[in-house]
Ligand binder design. Structure first.
Ligand code: B12
Length: 226
């Protein structure tokens, strides 16, 4: 199968918001067996998702069109995620650690977080995804309840980024900064932002998120063995 051509077709399905075609491509790739589904998600469908963002920014896409295309991307993400989860290889859970993910309060953007959840799951982490618009207090409560290693928050709006800061403040005020590793992400976030609010890690994308999580978990384990 021509991988580049398939990625291009995947990209187009998101721009055209053609869910039937998109799902067919996923099953075609799965049948082929040579295509990495996560790669297809990130660099095929993902490129299409990025493109709709640009088109929206340029005013070439209306809000309803954007919502529709985003919905297709979400279903594509869920389909691939479920397939990877069913896959014995992907299920080879090394159990590297437990991660809680949430999009912060007031923010509905969850496509990127979903991709981060899928890369982390495939990398051997147990992921608890609380969804979107989750208040900082609830995130902390669930982190304690599930005894997670990492709390990762996503914020896509400059206004909701402050919720990431609020979460870290709650942890600091309750002497829980050492109990949980914190990671932040989302388009407006930067390494500088993470440092400023006292987060332990930041990543620009879902692939790097795995690398950062691995490093932070390793550091935590080394610290606890000292
Ligand atoms: C799709 C989209 C929507 C969809 C969301 C659907 C959904 N279920 O997610 C819909 C249509 C609902 C929407 C609504 C709105 N949106 Co919108 N949306 C976008 C758009 C086009 C793409 C976002 C996206 O999915 N990107 C693709 C993903 C893969 O990227 P990502 O989220 O950044 O995630 C990657 C990394 O950041 C990182 N990452 C993400 N999370 C995490 C978490 C951790 C822990 C880590 C480590 C890493 C990490 O890894 C991810 C994968 O590589 C952006 C524009 C853009 N170019 O970003 C605007 C954008 C974010 N939206 C914007 C706005 C203003 C809105 C609305 C207010 C519009 C309105 N007037 O109603 C509402 C907000 C409603 C709310 N309360 O949240 C603005 C934000 C401006 C700002 N600076 O605050 C943007 C930038 C568009 C713009 N240029 O104006 N939106």
């Amino acid at each position: 199968m021509d991988k580049e051509r398939l990625y291009e077709k995947a990209r187009e399905t998101i721009i055209d918001a053609d869910e039937t075609k998109a799902i067919n491509i996923i099953f075609e790739a799965q049948k082929d067996g040579e295509i990495d589904l996560l790669d297809l998600l990130l660099y095929g469908f993902g490129d299409g998702n990025e493109e709709i963002g640009h088109l929206f920014d340029l005013g070439s896409l209306s809000l309803p069109e954007l919502i529709y295309a985003a919905e297709v991307m979400r279903n594509v993400t869920d389909t691939i995620l479920n397939l990877l989860h069913d896959d014995k290889e992907a299920r080879k859970i090394l159990h590297k650690g437990k991660i809680l993910l949430a999009t912060v309060e007031g923010d509905v953007h969850d496509i990127g977080k979903g991709i981060v959840a899928s890369t982390l799951k495939s990398a051997g982490y147990e992921v608890i995804d609380l969804g979107c618009e989750v208040p900082a207090e609830v995130i902390v409560e669930k982190a304690i309840e599930n005894d997670v290693d990492i709390i990762g928050t996503s914020a896509l709006l400059t206004s909701t980024m402050l919720e990431q800061k609020k979460l870290i403040k709650i942890l600091q005020e309750n002497d829980m900064s050492d109990k949980f590793i914190t990671m932040v992400g989302g388009a407006p976030c930067t390494k500088r932002w993470a440092k400023r609010i006292g987060a332990d890690g930041y990543s620009e994308d879902a692939v790097e998120a795995v690398r950062v999580a691995n490093e932070l978990i390793k550091l935590k384990k080394n610290k606890s063995e000292e």
